[in-house]
Design a binder for this molecule. Structure first.
Ligand code: DQA
Length: 150
């Protein structure tokens, strides 16, 4: 089965407890369970990771270079700061979908710029934690389209 990496950045381990009026009440574990079920239904395997450390996210992108069909990434605050994550994603050949739970464009101006968007093939913003399922479906459809065109 093709493998899709789902990567989550800093503070997302606190999902469900952290500012629920912005990020909702589901935990990251709830999100993972939903994505595992959806991936299975669509015939894909997912590797779901979260880290508060930038280098771990970079290492998972490097791992995805070996066996990843696509990457879905919520880089959290690293979105707005990390050229290093952008550089790592630029070494990956498959589809990259960026996802943000909140609508970053409705928030503080420092959240309006994303380094990762320079690489992303698609972006899901402001759809709450349901956005992860939309992002996974988008990653799969882009992967299937590129496979079919080969
Ligand atoms: C976020 C938005 C970022 O600005 C913020 O730093 C996060 C989460 C989101 O999912 O809405 O930690 O990526």
């Amino acid at each position: 089965m093709p493998v899709i990496y789902i990567l989550n950045g800093p503070n997302l381990n606190l999902l469900g407890k952290r500012q629920p009026h912005i990020y909702g009440s589901k935990t990251l574990a709830d999100v993972e369970v939903e994505l595992q079920a959806l991936a299975k239904e669509l015939g894909f395997e997912i590797r779901f990771h979260q880290s508060n450390r930038e280098y771990e996210i970079i290492d998972w992108v490097h791992e995805a270079r070996e066996d990843g069909a696509a990457i879905v990434i919520n880089p959290a605050a690293f979105t707005h700061t990390s050229v290093a994550i952008l550089d790592a994603l630029n070494t990956f050949e498959g589809p990259v979908i960026e996802i943000h739970i909140s609508n970053v464009h409705k928030r503080e101006s420092f959240r309006h710029h994303s380094f990762v968007s320079h690489r992303a093939d698609g972006i899901v913003v402001g759809m709450g934690t349901d956005g992860y399922q939309l992002a996974l479906r988008g990653a799969i459809s882009k992967f299937n389209a590129s496979r079919d065109s080969k």
